[in-house]
Every structure is written in C-alpha cells, then in structure tokens.
Design a binder for this molecule. Structure first.
Ligand SMILES: Cc1cc2nc3c(=O)[nH]c(=O)nc-3n(C[C@H](O)[C@H](O)[C@H](O)COP(=O)(O)O)c2cc1C
Length: 298
C-alpha cells in the first residue's frame, strides 16, 4: 500500500482520506478521470488523459465536469479536516493536465452545512432505479438552487408549465424512463469555456450532495453535448437561459448500490509524465489566462 505524505498540516492518514473522498465523485461510466499530485504546500488536481472518452466526450466537457465534482469533494474534505481551501482553476504556468491547484488559506472550522455535505459524500449515488412520483418540497428546491449559486452556477428547476415541451426533448435523449417528474433540474453557467465546466462540475456536485443530505436521489440525464441540438433547443425553451451544462432528475427513490472506486493510492502521481504534455488534444488552446485566485471556501 502506498504511503501518503503530509500536506499542509495534515498527517498522512488525513491526506489519504481527503483523496479517497475526492475519488468518490461521479464520473461518466465510472471512469474516474482524475489524479492528484501532493506537494507539501498544495494539492494539484490533474486530468488522467488515459481515461478520456473521445468517442462520447470528444471535447472533454464531461471529463471536466467529473473533475470539478472531485474538486468539490476535495474542498469539503479539507474543510472538514480544518483546512480552508483556496482554489486556483487552470493555474497559469502549470503543466496542461493540471485542472486546479488547492492551497491552504489557514484554519477553518466547518459549519453545519459543510458537515452535512461532507457526510453526504459517501452516501451519494447515481440513482439506478426509477424515482417515485413524490414531489420535492419547495423549501428543498430552494436549497438546491442556493447550492448551485454558491458555486457561481444557476439551477433551473423545470416548472409544470414547461414539462410538455421538455418531455419531448428528454425523450430525444433516448432515455425511456425519463419523465421530467418529480423534478428536472438544468444546471447552467454564464459561459462554456473549460473554467465554466469546472465550475459547473463543482456546482453539480454541491447540488447532488445537498439533495443526498436531504434524503433525495438523483440520476444524470445523458449530457447535452452528446445530444445534437438539444442544448440550443433547451436554451430556447427555457427562455434564453445562460449556458446549459447538465441536467439531473431529482426525487425520492430506493437506494442504489455503491459503485467501486480505485484505491486512493492509485490516484497519486509524483510527476507529470511527459506524454501528458500532449493533453489537451483540442485544436483550440483550452488554457487561456483563466486564473482565478481566492475562490471562496466551501
Ligand atoms: C459528466 C457525467 C455524466 C454522466 N452521465 C450519465 C448518464 O448519462 N447516465 C447515467 O446513468 N449515469 C451517468 N453518470 C453517472 C455515472 O455513471 C456514475 O457517476 C458512475 O457510474 C459512478 O457511480 P456513482 O455516481 O453511483 O458513484 C454521469 C456522471 C457524470 C459525472
């Protein structure tokens, strides 16, 4: 078993737990496309280029959503361990596989909501059975919206008047059991660049953990990038919403089994292999000067 180093002022066992919890994030086909480099003063979140899914995710949008979700787990786990995480997305001058760098902003005691989200990390599952037709209380719907906003995103909860038009769109994604009830949630961000994808991934995970903490279950629908034209149709139907990134069905349901994860030790890298410098593979540079310092802690 691989030994974990100390990071910040956390002992190796605490660091191992932080990485294990980060690795419980959702990912397409459970591909777990993330890796972590542990430095005494920082944790880097890297994409694992070997785990790209070019056939279904040619522009790596889903991959960045998944890594954003892992980043949110990492932030919550650090906060729970008493470290205030300060995140830089797509840090300038870092190897191209680095999606985020997390440093310590000092000590922080988690508040009640942060503890609830932290405790929901191992409980969250992709719902693999049909959701019950029970509606989600308005107060919880509000909390889900607040969760998205806390990460700089926006959650559109589809209203009954929008159902008929949207049901057609949902069917076009070829999901047979995807009625937009009890709650169809569309997660939007202001833009569509790689940094927005990482923000959306964190927001998606925060919404999902909030739902889990309130006893709800969720199923992602096939993502918008996969479904030709659906993103534009969705934007039009919802009245020119900002960039729709992902959608989730949320409701009450029987618990689904946990999916396996890689051992946390397998997620560590000591140095960036030279072949990784060929990532990203898109023609457009995806690492503009998108430097955001001081992202607020969870
Ligand atoms: C970006 C993204 C897209 C996903 N798309 C789907 C999907 O279309 N259908 C589905 O059933 N699950 C989807 N999932 C959920 C994964 O299958 C799931 O996270 C993975 O199998 C691990 O299981 P868990 O979420 O229960 O831990 C998606 C997850 C992510 C992060």
């Amino acid at each position: 078993m691989r030994r974990f180093p100390a990071v910040f002022d956390l002992v190796p066992d605490q660091v191992a737990q932080v990485i294990q919890l980060a690795g419980l994030a959702p990912s397409p086909n459970n591909g777990q496309p993330w890796r972590f480099r542990l430095l005494p003063h920082a944790i880097e979140v890297h994409v694992d280029p070997a785990r790209r899914l070019p056939a279904t995710d040619p522009d790596d949008h889903e991959l960045r959503l998944a890594c954003g979700a892992a980043l949110l787990n990492l932030r919550l786990a650090l906060t729970h361990a008493g470290v205030r995480p300060v995140v830089t997305l797509l840090p300038h001058l870092s190897p191209p596989t680095v999606l985020a760098e997390v440093r310590s902003g000092g000590h922080q005691r988690p508040d009640a909501e942060q503890i609830a989200l932290y405790e929901a990390i191992p409980e969250r599952r992709t719902q693999r059975r049909p959701l019950q037709p029970t509606s989600v209380p308005a107060a919880i719907q509000h909390e889900l919206r607040v969760a998205a906003r806390a990460e700089g995103a926006w959650l559109h909860l589809v209203q009954p008047a929008e159902h008929d038009a949207l049901a057609g769109l949902v069917r076009r994604t070829r999901l047979v059991d995807a009625e937009p009830a009890p709650l169809l949630a569309v997660l939007c961000t202001a833009g569509s660049d790689p940094e927005n994808d990482l923000e959306a991934g964190q927001a998606w995970q925060r919404v999902w953990l909030t739902a889990t903490a309130r006893g709800l279950a969720a199923t992602p629908l096939p993502l918008l990038a996969e479904a030709n034209g659906i993103r534009d149709d969705l934007r039009r139907l919802l009245g020119d919403v900002p960039h729709p990134q992902a959608w989730l069905l949320i409701g009450y349901g029987e618990p689904s089994p946990a999916m396996p994860r890689r051992d946390p030790g397998e997620l560590l890298i000591d140095a960036v292999p030279s072949t990784d410098h060929e990532w990203p593979v898109t023609a457009e540079p995806v690492r503009p000067a998108a430097i955001r310092r001081g992202v607020p802690p969870v």
